[in-house]
Design a protein around this ligand. Structure first.
Ligand code: ASP
Length: 402
């Protein structure tokens, strides 16, 4: 937030922003469902299970013409605003595709210069106007607390019996990316479900699992390795928060030796208090208990260095860094367990090549599937937020028995 900029003056919400996270959650919740999705801490295990089930139903219905048409009727009376003032490819397009799958009409503002913000309209006024015309606001902004403040404004409108719509945080600064955590989790859940119904690559895990009888299904009891910009990677923060809710987790964080790139101490202590065994290293070749960390990894989550957050001093210092210990070379892939999913929220950095294209054909690669899962997971979220779960169940039962 920039208090010197009247366009983004959120001081009216400061007391609400300053509360501990657990106190905030009820503001984003209705009795049985979410009112807004602002942070990953809202994604509790039972909700993740429900959303995963909705996503599975949607992807199945989308396959055939008749059930696909029924899906398109589900929310055809709703309109969505995609307000993305920070670059985005996958999140924007997958939300748009998710809306199209459900029959929701979309509109977008991507460049604030084309809106009245150029006439010095405040961000909050813009959002309030969107809520007059649309039924859900999906927003990405470089300003960390903006989506959260929008949710508070909607709540205030609701308490004054004025129009209020759900707000979805589609990425806020270097802070949070809860819908990415949702799709990442959905991908992990499918990878470790050993379900023969899954895609061929997912079903392959079912056979492989026979060689790893101790490997339990589901996200719990795993070693997750996160590599890259751990400090400013909002997807890492959001996904680690979600995974920490499951028992017996071990998380290994690998990042270059630079103050802004390492694990944030607040996140570290949150993970440790949730019972996660946390380890930090500065190379993918590091060893833990005498063995290579890669050989102990059940799921690998690569990220790029988030250069857009660099100060001039950061850029200068980072130019000196050797990033080769953070590149997933074929030799390093070779050390991974044969089932370990390789994930990346994308975009990958084509210059640094933390994820060289040579590994794209490895059967453990999940990043393209992960991006497609974003469409199903985001469609599920929209169904939930717009209170259409029951309608979806009814439509599903017209075509499938289970
Ligand atoms: N697309 C993800 C994000 O918006 C990851 C990234 O940009 O590196 O945070």
């Amino acid at each position: 937030m920039n208090p010197a900029d009247p366009l983004s003056d959120f001081s009216a919400f400061q007391p609400l922003l300053d509360r501990p996270i657990e106190d905030k959650l009820r503001d984003f919740q209705r009795e049985q469902r979410l009112k807004h999705l602002i942070c990953a801490a809202q994604l509790k295990p039972d909700l993740l299970t429900r959303l995963g089930r909705l996503a599975d139903m949607i992807r199945r219905m989308a396959r055939e013409r008749e059930s696909n048409l029924a899906l398109r009727q589900l929310l055809s009376h709703k309109r969505a605003m995609l307000y993305f003032t920070q670059p985005s490819t996958r999140t924007f397009l997958s939300f748009m595709a998710a809306c199209q799958i459900l029959g929701i009409t979309c509109n977008e503002v991507r460049d604030p210069k084309t809106s009245s913000e150029i006439k010095r309209e405040s961000h909050m006024d813009s959002i309030r106007m969107f809520s007059s015309y649309f039924d859900v606001i999906i927003m990405r902004s470089p300003i960390a607390n903006f989506a959260e403040c929008c949710a508070y404004m909607m709540n205030r409108q609701e308490s004054q019996e004025m129009r209020s719509v759900p707000t979805i945080n589609a990425g806020s600064g270097s802070d949070e990316h809860p819908t990415q955590a949702l799709l990442d989790f959905y991908t992990i859940q499918r990878s470790f479900s050993f379900d023969a119904e899954g895609t061929p690559a997912e079903s392959r895990l079912k056979t492989l699992r026979q060689s790893y009888p101790e490997l339990q299904s589901g996200p719990a009891g795993k070693t997750y390795l996160f590599c890259g910009d751990i400090g400013r990677g909002r997807t890492v923060r959001s996904l680690a928060t979600v995974l920490a809710q499951y028992s017996s987790q071990r998380m290994i964080f690998v990042s270059p030796d630079h103050a802004v790139l390492g694990l944030d101490p607040v996140l570290r202590s949150r993970l440790v208090s949730a019972g996660v065994s946390v380890h930090e290293f500065n190379s993918l070749d590091a060893k833990l208990n005498g063995h290579s960390i890669l050989s102990q990894t059940d799921c690998l989550y690569m990220t790029r260095i988030q250069r857009e957050h660099n100060s001039a001093a950061d850029s200068k210092e980072m130019a000196e860094l050797d990033l080769s210990p953070f590149q997933l070379t074929q030799q390093r892939v070779g050390q991974l367990k044969e089932f370990s999913p390789i994930m990346h929220p994308f975009p990958r950095d084509s210059v640094v090549q933390e994820l060289p294209t040579q590994i794209d054909s490895d059967p453990r690669v999940m990043y393209f599937r992960q991006a497609r899962n974003g469409m199903w997971a985001r469609a599920a979220l929209l169904v939930h937020l717009l209170d259409a779960s029951e309608g979806l169940f009814m439509a599903y039962r017209r075509f499938f028995r289970d």
